[in-house]
Design a binder for this molecule. Sequence first.
Ligand SMILES: [Zn+2]
Length: 329
Amino acid sequence: MVSGVAKITGHATQRQALVQLARDERLPSSLLFSGIPGTGKRLVALELAAQLLCLERPFGPQGGCGSCRACALLRSGNHPDLHTLAFGENGATVDDLREALEKLSLKPFMGGRKVAVLNDADNISIVGANILLKSLEEPRPETFYILVAANTSRLPATILSRCQRWFFDRLSVPEVQEILAERGAVAITESAAALTDGSLLDIDSLGERAELWDDVRSTLEAAYRGDVSKVGKAAQAWGSDKSGLRARLDVLRSAIRQNLLSSAHDRSAAAVWAHALQNALDTEYLALDRHVNPTLVLLQLLDSCSAAHVQRYQSTPNSATTILQRLQD
Ligand SMILES: [Zn+2]
């Protein structure tokens, strides 16, 4: 399958539905792609843009044909009818937006369509949002706006109401493994892929965190069994390593989250890990923001992972089922 944009892993349902809408000429002019960062929403937006701008019809299964003049221009990043802006830190200004919208209001140079991909749209300023709204309200025919955002609650209701919304979920562990393997990260284990929590945002520190993974996993198992001696030693060692504390807590949270997800069939184990996940968030806050003795808070966290405490947790309002549901939503 030839494509003018990067290969995409995951999100098959949304991508197929988008192609179908485009093929049937039923694609709305304004779309909003949302979901946690690092899952490839922007790539899907660029793939759709390539489909819309490709000169070869009918549409291929993914992206453009890869060989026409439009696809060649897309690949080199010079297609005159594609406008991409990013509103993150040091991103596009209101003037940049105004300029892009002005160009979008002109006639297409080739193929008869124009596309705007507005990344990190939830960071757009109020002034910017108002300017954008005018364009969304009066779209020119064959002009498409694709907004990409992690936190849609930061977008004004007026913008939200103009856009058809598409949600993109976390990547699955096999999908993350596939992407990492393609990037040349050889021998990526399932555990290391699980560490990403379905997002490739913090991928650069994955190697460092993968080294901590086995240690953290075996300590959590010991804690679950109630092995006080191993738990005490780990808390001491981790608590005294100030520079590695943030990474360690990050891995701890991912490992506890994985334990929770994989114990969905076992109510009492799920109760323990759901409670531990809550505690892990408190631990991060206490140890990193409030500078409470890290060894003590780690000890408390690991102690709370003991299966023996299960009775106590099952009677607390943060029941495992509630948290599991929240994780799966
Ligand atoms: Zn093409």
